[in-house]
Design a protein around this ligand. Structure first.
Ligand code: SF4
Ligand code: SF4
Ligand code: SF4
Length: 316
């Protein structure tokens, strides 16, 4: 067992034994390869199932929303930032949550790994520091994990938790190594026709399953605008207009709040790169307001408040 799993399980057991929390929210080994399952450990024996690997790609901040009993949650940089946002938005009571901070190794992209083995079925992927060991019927291969990280984890700037009650293991490098501004770069210096074409291309395979919305800790409305029938803001089909309306509105609802955790992209069965939209909004908000979401529970999203010094260039 890896050292971090052992530290995690011991910490979880102690919290449950001391009755400090009723449940530990983390991950257990998934039933399919390359997908760990979100897991609520409620007993000391269940705590032995907890794992921390490069396939813990859901964002467990989502499960804290409106929790009205004491829980612990495993949180790396992006998840801790989402917790800050949810505290600020009164969706989480800070006193109810014990944050088990953990350094993130950078999560792995199952689509990238599967693409390396076309037509072959992967049975297992094991991680050994900077290597991943992939095996299946009739093959075994060692790969360098760097090539298979999720795109958002390359450009991450906060791999350590920004808020925690207890740090599991040691902190590591904050940076993923990539440049976040390059994600939004394809939108820049393009005509509106070219941007429209790129937007169409990005979302043409969307089947409106809503896995991206359901995985996102920012999407917690009781009735999402797409499910409303009176008034009906958005049609239910997978016609271009309906798909585009869904994605544009969702992206704007996340503006100034998205931590680039990547849970939406990881959940998408079609491999759609919806971060192309959110990254452009992230860039605008950082450049216009000098703001990065979730670094503190006291910071207000600039789009939720007003200052006389706010830029007004868009008023024409
Ligand atoms: S976005 Fe950063 S903190 Fe979150 S999983 Fe990726 S590398 Fe880790
Ligand atoms: S929009 Fe996607 S990347 Fe942003 S916080 Fe939600 S799940 Fe994470
Ligand atoms: S998860 Fe993918 S296919 Fe499903 S609604 Fe979101 S973008 Fe569309």
């Amino acid at each position: 067992m890896s050292e971090i799993n052992q530290i995690l399980r011991e910490a979880a057991k102690k919290l449950l034994q001391d009755k400090k929390v009723q449940s530990i929210i983390g991950f257990r080994k998934g039933v399919v390869p390359m997908r760990e399952q979100p897991f609520f450990a409620r007993t000391i024996s269940e705590a032995d199932q907890l794992v921390w690997t490069g396939f813990c790609t859901n964002n467990p901040a989502k499960f804290l929303i409106n929790a009205d009993f004491p829980v612990a949650v495993v949180a790396q940089g992006c998840v801790s930032r989402n917790i800050n946002i949810l505290i600020r938005e009164n969706r989480i009571k800070r006193d109810n949550v014990h944050i088990l901070g953990v350094h993130s190794p950078g999560m792995l992209d199952r689509f990238k790994i599967a693409a390396e083995f076309p037509g072959r079925y992967i049975h297992e992927v094991q991680e050994h520091n900077e290597d991943i060991y992939v095996s299946g019927p009739g093959f075994e291969e060692n790969l360098n994990r760097r090539r298979f990280k999720r795109d958002n984890c390359y450009t991450c700037t906060h791999r350590n938790p920004v808020l925690y009650d207890q740090m599991l293991g040691t902190e590591g490098s904050h940076q993923g190594g990539g440049n976040i501004d390059k994600v939004a770069a394809p939108w820049l210096n393009k005509s509106s026709e070219q941007r429209w074409e790129m937007f169409n291309e990005t979302f043409k395979k969307c089947v409106r399953c809503y896995a991206c919305r359901d995985a996102c800790p920012l999407c917690y409305c009781k009735t999402c605008f797409v499910d409303n029938s009176k008034p009906q803001w958005c049609g239910k089909t997978i016609e271009e207009t309906d798909v585009h309306t869904f994605h544009i509105l969702r992206a704007f609802h996340c503006a100034g709040r998205c931590t680039d955790c990547g849970a939406c992209e990881s959940a998408c069965p079609e491999g759609i790169k919806m971060r192309r939209l959110t990254s452009r909004l992230e860039l605008d908000i950082r450049q216009m307001y000098g703001f990065s979401p979730g670094l503190s529970p006291d910071e207000i999203n600039p789009l939720s408040t007003f200052s006389p010094e706010d830029p007004e260039d868009f008023i024409g």
